[in-house]
Design a protein around this ligand. Structure first.
Ligand SMILES: Cc1ncc(COP(=O)(O)O)c(C=O)c1O
Length: 437
């Protein structure tokens, strides 16, 4: 046991793992390799191959002096900040390993985890927006994100300007000029440009590079954040296209088994720090048990997403030519030239969540849904099992008719998230369910 003086001189009260090996002979190791061990040192946990679940609310200091040193770091009395674990509202071993591994996928310097995707998004926005500020966002957003901006942040004098997902550079220039004028008038600043691509539920893509260029010319220094839940972390890497912060509902593909709720953000440390500070104050960090489940999920995320993507391509190929099908909103079959151009520059795969337009209306859609035997009728996406839902009468029931029409959420729209079952079984199931339409 080090005595008090030794403890003060030891700069690592944090149970740091040994430095991770990130390359072999100049070859950077791939995320799929790093998911098995990155950020975890078995020596620190009795040799346990897998990280134990650290169910503790607080962490013991080795000495009073080590405790003092920690708090000097936190309060800024000592340079270099605080290292180490002190209280589970701030961090914990499972969460730190998870954050290290999530950062790997997006090529980010740092990551933060949260108890849900919405906790991540709300704390992110609150960390950057102050009274009288403006948030610029693409539209549509996931309904709760849109609601948080329009109905909650507005109570604190924060306004927004939104733009359609496919906006061009010229349109974006106009939007940012409007937002800047609005901020000037309110006596605030443009706090953040917030994107969601593909958008939920339309699958519309945002041109991240055009947003970055427009930001650089009009609003340098304003962070661009993007919700990458639908394609991340495998099929879209937004930090490489100009986004500063990437946000996730880990509940979806990353968790991937429809058995947990969690969220994350990732980006450069300087973008993470204000969010970490607010999370420290508010709480909202993912719990150790869920973090552990996510570590297990990350070991197979590439396999699962690849398989789901391949399945979706086969299923959509079948559905495309079916006489009872009016159309498909699948990123593998984009008809619009502008959207196709964004897809070609930004996306590495078409994903496995898409819209199926049945010939007919609500009755025909319900007949199809009620006759599916493999796919479960449930909201959410990105799990191992295939899910199907009817947005117009479920998730978007309360959306005004005009906005539903604008977003293309019609009565004949069925949303499908393809899982990792056998593709031919899924096709057989869709084929027999369509016979009932
Ligand atoms: C695109 C998108 N972002 C964020 C969320 C919210 O995530 P969570 O349910 O984990 O809070 C969802 C949930 O469906 C989503 O689809």
């Amino acid at each position: 046991m080090p005595d008090a003086v030794d403890a003060v001189d030891t700069p690592t009260p944090r149970r740091k793992p040994k430095p991770a090996k990130r390359e072999i002979g100049g070859r950077p190791l791939k995320p799929s390799t790093l998911m098995m061990g990155h950020g975890y040192d078995p020596v620190l946990s009795e040799g346990s191959l897998k990280a134990p679940i650290f169910l503790t609310s607080t962490f013991a200091f080795e000495s009073a002096a080590a405790g003092k040193r920690h708090f000097e770091g936190i309060t800024g009395l000592r340079e270099g900040g605080a290292e180490g674990l002190v209280y589970s509202r701030f961090n914990g071993p499972n969460q730190e390993i998870l954050e290290d591994r999530l950062a790997v996928w997006d090529g980010a310097e740092d990551a933060l985890t949260f108890s849900s995707g919405m906790t991540a998004i709300c704390i992110l926005m609150m960390a950057y927006a102050s009274q009288n500020d403006v948030i610029v966002h693409s539209g549509p957003l996931y309904a709760a994100s849109e609601g948080f901006v329009a109905k909650v942040l507005s109570r604190f004098g924060i306004t927004y300007v939104d733009f359609p997902a496919g906006a061009t550079r010229e349109e974006l220039d106009t939007v940012l000029a409007k937002a800047k004028a609005q901020a000037d008038e309110q006596g605030g600043k443009v706090a953040m440009i917030y994107l969601e691509s593909p958008a939920n539920p339309t699958n519309a893509l945002v041109d991240i590079e055009a947003v970055r260029d427009a930001r650089d010319s009009a609003l340098a220094g304003t962070p661009i954040a993007i919700d990458n839940t639908f394609l991340g972390p495998l099929w879209q890497r937004p930090l490489e296209h100009g986004a500063d912060i990437v946000a996730y509902s880990l509940t979806k593909y990353v968790g991937g088994h429809s058995d947990l709720v969690a969220g994350s953000i990732a980006g450069a440390k300087r973008w993470m720090d204000p969010v970490r500070a607010l999370r420290n104050t508010m709480g909202g960090i993912v719990d150790p048990n869920t973090a552990w489940m996510l570590l297990r999920s990350l070991e197979t995320v590439e396999l699962r997403m690849q398989r789901a993507g391949e399945n979706a391509a086969k299923v959509c190929e079948f559905l495309r030519g079916h006489p009872k099908v009016e159309g498909l909103g699948y990123l593998g079959f984009i008809a619009d030239a502008r959207q196709q151009d964004i897809y070609a520059r930004h996306c590495l795969g078409a994903g496995s969540t898409f819209s199926l337009f049945i010939k007919g209306g609500e009755a025909e859609s319900f007949a199809f849904l009620d006759n599916l035997t493999i796919a479960k009728l449930a909201v959410s996406l990105g799990g191992t099992e295939t899910l199907a839902s009817h947005p117009a009468s479920m998730t978007h029931l309360s959306v005004p008719h005009a906005r539903k029409t604008m977003l293309g959420i019609s009565d004949n729209l069925v949303r499908i998230s393809i899982g990792i079952e056998d593709a031919d079984d899924l096709i057989a199931d869709f084929a027999q369910a369509l016979e009932h339409v």
